[in-house]
Design a protein. Sequence first.
Length: 318
Amino acid sequence: MPTFFGKHLPISIWKAVTLHLPYPLVAAHRKFLEDKGWWAEYNPTGVGGKGGATPSEAKEHVINRFLNSAVRMQFVCADPLDKQIEVREMVLDQLAEGKIFLLDLAAGNGSGTLALLSLICELRAHNLVPTLPINISISGVDYSPDALNYYAELLDQIKPWLQTTGLEINLTLHVCDLNISGDFSAVLESILDEAKEKGNSRFLCIVSALSGAKKEGIELMLDSLKIAAAALSHKKRNSSWLWVEPHVGKSWLTKAVDAIRLTLQRVAHKLSSKGEMFEIKTSAPMLEEPVMHAFNWFDPHNNKSTKSYVIVMAFKND
């Protein structure tokens, strides 16, 4: 039985049916832009780029899409309207205490994970969730060294605040192209070896905004994603996946996520690409088409409310 509901969210997060990012994260992003001389370029109504194929795209994304990506993750994990309570419960349970490895795939500038950590910190600060110490080892994997460097810089700014509520964070960056499954296998092996050395068997895998790569791009990454799912499906590992996307209205995305879920749960299936879609053959039930959620959020840099859209897919291997 859930003990936490949307009505319990502090007004620093949810006020007048509008979502707000925690102030320390907002301030960190603004300082980051100001320090680099990029503040005047903030214009989220423009095209934000897909994340970091080039240094200019990594820059554009961290300037104009960081807050939007962050607020999508926060909406899913805070669940202010109690639409997907099981997702919120999964996240709060995994990040309650002890130690956990967080695998951030196609991490980019870390907007989703930094928003998740900031939300947990804000809830702890208001004594709304347990405040026992937790050590979170983050492995950020992305092909853009520029984006990963921005990730580290932004985390460094909010780390002292996170520590005030018992969140100890260690970030390891891995420059790796998920399109090359052999390279990713080597990276994943090093991550799992580190977890074993630390006696850690709990994993939370975060995937966010892969749809920007479109069907062809996700198809290239699927082998790496399935390798991760197969490794985390080990019976001695407690693993959860949280996959958050802007609304794209494409069935191929759900099929791709289904392939990862079935691999994680060790269910036999065959995935093939067929024209403009993916096709899965298996006796297991498929995920329902994810429901799109629209919500209002306050853009603190522009001092105005705006609208965003999100879909979420989450599953757990117990």
